[in-house]
Design a protein around this ligand. Structure first.
Ligand code: PBE
Length: 267
């Protein structure tokens, strides 16, 4: 059997990321729903996970990670999603922009801009790859903005320049959110805003937004991944809707591995 030893080969371990992320919660559910009680999910961070992936691929060793799209790892390595016949990771999702519920009244101008911000996985991918290739986060954001003036002008339609107002953006240090948050921050700076960027854990990000210590996030993966956080702080938040369509979550392996489905992890 092709899968006979896969569990043993990877020490019955799925290489995961930060414990507060939605994908870790979904992966715990996968363990339950697929009857994988002899497996464990190793927590860490996106960077420890991609470092393990890099090492495994260099040595042509098996590895199973928690993966998602958009992500630069799919450009850098030959990877595939394991099929998820039970649909535990959900269907295609979207990323939403969410603000503190008092912010729309406090700054309708910035809210209008945030509401109009939207781009594609390809757009985000370019910024992520630039950062991965060694550009600073701010440089990568600026380069994308310069090359995509038409899109940026759509976001700024009807938005006024200001002088010295502040917007506080929170984000988690996932590559996708680093890219989007820095682009939004740079456009707000072009509009005359002082922008404070606060990097937090996922739980802290939603709590901070609910409390009003942050004004906005462009990092809410919905309807499933961050549903718990959104529900927890529901009455303190305003969802401005989609800023990116076409995300995906799942278990990801190098293409050279023979397994194709989460079912193949069962022994
Ligand atoms: N992610 C990237 C996040 C959302 C963005 C998939 C790692 C999560 O699982 O919460």
């Amino acid at each position: 059997d092709k899968n006979e030893f896969i569990g043993d080969k990877v020490n019955h371990t799925i290489t995961g990321i930060d414990p507060g992320s939605g994908i870790m919660k979904a992966t715990d559910q996968v363990i339950k729903d697929y009857g994988l009680s002899d497996w464990k999910v190793q927590s860490g961070s996106e960077s420890t996970m991609t470092a393990s992936l890099d090492k495994a691929i260099k040595n042509k060793k098996p590895i199973i990670i928690t993966g998602w799209t958009p992500h630069w790892m799919f450009s850098k390595y030959d990877l595939k999603y394991l099929e998820d016949p039970k649909g535990v990771y959900g269907k295609d999702e979207e990323i939403h922009t969410v603000i503190n519920k008092n912010f729309a009244k406090k700054d309708p101008n910035a809210t209008k801009f945030l509401d109009q911000f939207n781009w594609s996985p390809d757009d985000m991918g370019k910024v992520m790859l630039d950062i991965q290739g060694g550009k600073s986060e701010q440089e990568a954001a600026k380069a994308w903005i310069k090359a995509n003036q038409d899109k940026v002008n759509q976001w700024k339609k009807g938005v006024n320049k200001v002088n010295g107002k502040t917007v506080k953006l929170a984000y988690v240090s996932w590559a996708s959110e680093i890219a989007s948050t820095n682009v939004v921050a740079e456009v707000l700076r072009d509009l005359g805003y002082n922008v404070n960027l606060e990097q937090l854990g996922a739980g802290q990000m939603f709590a901070g937004l609910a409390k009003g210590s942050d004004d906005a996030i462009v990092a809410a993966w919905l309807p499933s991944t961050h549903a718990d956080y959104m529900n927890q702080f529901n009455n303190k938040l305003t969802d401005l809707g989609t800023n990116l369509k076409g995300t995906k979550l799942g278990l990801v392996v190098p293409k050279y591995m023979k397994i194709n489905s989460i079912e193949d992890l069962k022994t």
